[in-house]
Write a protein that binds this ligand. Structure first.
Ligand SMILES: CC(C)(COP(=O)(O)OP(=O)(O)OC[C@H]1O[C@@H](n2cnc3c(N)ncnc32)[C@H](O)[C@@H]1OP(=O)(O)O)[C@@H](O)C(=O)NCCC(=O)NCCS
Length: 190
C-alpha cells in the first residue's frame, strides 16, 4: 500500500473491466503500472524493466491474441493493475474446461483498496460466463500478499514445485492452486 497518510485526496474511484483494445493513454498507464510492479519485485516473469517499446508490444500482443483475456483495474481512471485469463488451445479438448489466471498485479501506489479482489471477481465471472469450470494459477513462494489473496478467495493449493523460479541467483519454490468455479460441471450423472 502507498504511504500517503498525510496527503488529503478525494475517496478513490475504483473500477475493474475487461479490455479488448488499448488506446494510447491506457497503453501508457498499463506500461507504467508494469514498470512499478517490476521495480517492487512483482512484475510477473520480468525481473528487470524491459525497454518501453518491448513492453508496449507485449501489451498490444495480449489484446490481439484470442487465447488471452485482459482485465485491468483503474484507480481514478488510471490503470494500476491487471490480470489475464489464458484459454486452453483448441487441440486441448481434454482440458477445455479450465483456464489459467496469470500476470496478476496491482502497482504499489494503488494497493490496499481491494482492487486485486475486484480483478479476481471479474476474471472468475468472465470465465464462468464463457463456460469454464476451473481456474488454475501458480505463484512464487515469496509473494505472500498474493498467496493470502488467493487462499482467502477459495483457491486450493495442490502442490509446490521446488524449482519454480530463479530470482537474483536464488531458486524459489512455487505453489500451484485451483478453484472450481462451477462445481456442477463435475457432478457424475446417477
Ligand atoms: C497481491 C496483490 C495483487 C494484492 O493487491 P491489492 O490490490 O493490494 O489487494 P487487495 O487490496 O484487493 O487485497 C485483497 C486481499 O489480498 C491480501 N493482501 C493484500 N495485500 C496484502 C499484504 N500486504 N499482506 C498480506 N495479505 C495481503 C489480503 O488477503 C487481502 O484481503 P483483506 O482485504 O481481507 O485483508 C499486490 O500486492 C501485488 O501486486 N503484489 C505483487 C505481485 C504479485 O504477487 N502478483 C501475483 C503473482 S501470481
Amino acid at each position: 500500500m502507498s504511504d500517503r497518510k498525510n496527503i488529503k485526496t478525494l475517496p478513490p474511484v475504483l473500477k475493474v473491466e475487461r479490455l479488448d483494445e488499448l488506446n494510447l493513454g491506457d497503453l501508457n498507464d498499463l506500461s507504467d503500472a508494469t514498470y512499478a510492479a517490476i521495480e517492487s519485485g512483482g512484475g510477473f516473469g520480468w525481473l528487470r524493466k524491459p525497454e518501453r517499446d518491448v513492453l508496449e508490444r507485449y501489451w498490444q500482443g495480449v489484446v490481439t491474441m484470442p487465447a488471452r483475456v485482459l482485465f485491468v483495474a483503474r484507480l481514478d481512471g488510471v490503470i494500476c493493475g491487471t490480470c489475464q485469463l489464458m484459454k486452453p488451445p483448441p487441440n486441448n479438448e481434454a482440458q477445455s474446461f479450465s483456464v489459467q489466471l496469470t500476470t496478476n498485479f496491482v502497482a504499489p501506489w494503488a494497493r490496499g483498496h481491494g482492487l486485486a479482489k475486484m480483478l479476481l471477481d471479474q476474471a472468475e465471472s468472465s470465465a464462468a460466463e464463457e463456460g469454464y469450470s476451473v481456474i488454475n494459477l501458480d505463484v512464487r513462494e515469496t509473494m505472500t500478499a498474493a498467496i493470502n489473496l488467493y487462499e482467502k478467495h477459495g483457491y486450493i493449493r495442490i502442490g509446490t514445485h521446488p524449482y519454480y523460479a530463479r530470482v537474483d541467483g536464488n531458486i524459489l519454490k512455487g505453489h500451484y492452486y485451483y478453484k472450481l468455479i462451477d462445481p456442477k460441471a463435475f457432478k457424475q450423472e446417477p
